[in-house]
Design a protein around this ligand. Structure first.
Ligand code: EPU
Length: 353
């Protein structure tokens, strides 16, 4: 374990924003981590530490990070406990998320197939409660194991204690910066063609399966189809910097929804925005559709930053955009949503300044 100085984080965040970390350390083993806790740098920067798990859900908003960046490279072996119908798998935080999903399917398991192609690492999945096409990872997480920086002990956080919500968990809330995730345990099912009931009714997935003439999809069909849809909609993150959806879908009260609908009709009289009641009080609306059809942001570009041509919700870094530039662009979109449509749209991405 070696602490390095003035290291560029460009390759450590999926938006490829250049930000120099004053101190940087890569942790390969749990022993490394314990060594780090004894170091001078740890004591010095205790209040200014950034844990990185692939940087797939952060925006570095400053050219420098005046603290200690801890890059979690703990791979960890998968430990499998097999039961009759289900399997518990404990995976290391640094495992590439998508290859973990692939391997699970190759081993005849299912439960997370709809989450293929989401960038990032296993350790970031519970923080963000990643979700796509009707599946949220929180439902498959049994527990999260890691180091509690307050108590200075390893600890298991059960599913219930994770407080999973829409792109949300306790790791973004009161346990933010307090818990260093090292492993995650998932509950997956053995594939049985007679009982397998995939979540395949999500619009674009159902359409694509129908086009291929697949009426009884297997987990392999699901990951192949979803990989294709995502490759078409979301950019190749090796070529342009991105995170996927930058903003969450908006959640409005009935009253806010009525006001919003009225304002939309004033701008676009013929447009209907689909909406999904969450409960009696709240309604979810697809922010991507609003940015595209109401505000015209799909394909809109300002210098190095823009909204993807095929998915307005996805902000991309076309070249050398700084974190500030991206933040400025995002704030502009938020302001326009607020001023013209009366809605507050929340970023899904976490800002690190
Ligand atoms: N739409 C447009 N124009 C656009 C974008 C979307 O008209 O530019 C419309 C679509 O046609 C569709 C609706 O808006 O009718 C919703 O779009 P989509 O199905 O693409 O899903 P989304 O709500 O934009 C969410 C997640 C994605 C996830 C997909 C599929 C959020 C913020 N995003 O996107 O998650 O992959 O559903 O389940 O919840 C992510 O979180 O990073 C992410 C990619």
């Amino acid at each position: 374990m070696e602490i390095q100085h003035n290291i560029s984080l460009k390759e450590y965040n999926t938006f490829h924003v250049d930000c120099k970390a004053k101190q940087f350390v890569s942790i390969e083993t749990a022993a490394d981590f314990l060594k780090l806790l004894q170091s001078r740098e740890w004591v010095h920067y205790k209040e200014r530490i950034l844990f990185l798990w692939g940087g797939s859900n952060i925006l570095l908003t400053s050219p420098t990070f005046d603290g200690l960046v801890v890059c979690n490279n703990i791979l960890g072996k998968e430990i499998v406990t097999d039961h009759e119908h289900e399997v518990f798998i404990k995976a290391g935080a640094w495992e590439e998320w998508s290859s973990f999903v692939e391997r699970a399917i190759d081993h005849g398991l299912y439960g997370i197939e709809n989450l293929i192609s989401i960038p990032g690492k296993v350790g970031a999945a519970p923080i963000q409660n990643i979700g796509a096409y009707g599946t949220e990872i929180g439902n498959a997480i049994v527990s999260v194991w890691g180091y509690n920086l307050e108590t200075k002990e390893y600890e298991t956080i059960s599913h219930k204690e994770c407080f999973f919500g829409y792109r949300d968990s306790i790791f973004k809330g009161i346990r933010k910066d307090e818990f260093f995730i090292t492993d995650v345990t998932f509950r997956l099912q053995h594939f049985d063609p007679d009982t397998y009931a995939p979540i395949s009714n999500y619009g674009s997935v159902a359409e694509e399966l129908a086009k291929k003439g697949i009426t009884k999809p297997t987990p392999r069909h699901m990951i192949d189809t979803i990989t294709e849809i995502r490759a078409e909609k979301l950019p190749d993150r090796h070529k342009v910097g991105t995170w996927g959806s930058f903003f969450k879908n908006a959640v409005l009260t009935q009253e806010e929804f009525e006001d919003f609908t009225e304002r939309v009709h004033r701008i676009k009289p013929d447009l209907t925005i689909e909406h999904y009641p969450i409960n009696e009080e709240f309604i979810k609306i697809p922010t991507g559709r609003v940015l595209d059809h109401v505000l015209g942001y799909r394909g809109h570009r300002e210098w190095n930053v823009g909204c993807r041509e095929k998915q307005a919700l996805c902000i991309v870094n076309y070249g050398w955009a700084s974190g500030q530039e991206i933040l400025h662009f995002a704030r502009k979109i938020q302001k326009e949503c607020h001023d013209k449509l009366g809605i507050a749209i929340e970023p899904e991405v976490n800002f690190i300044g």
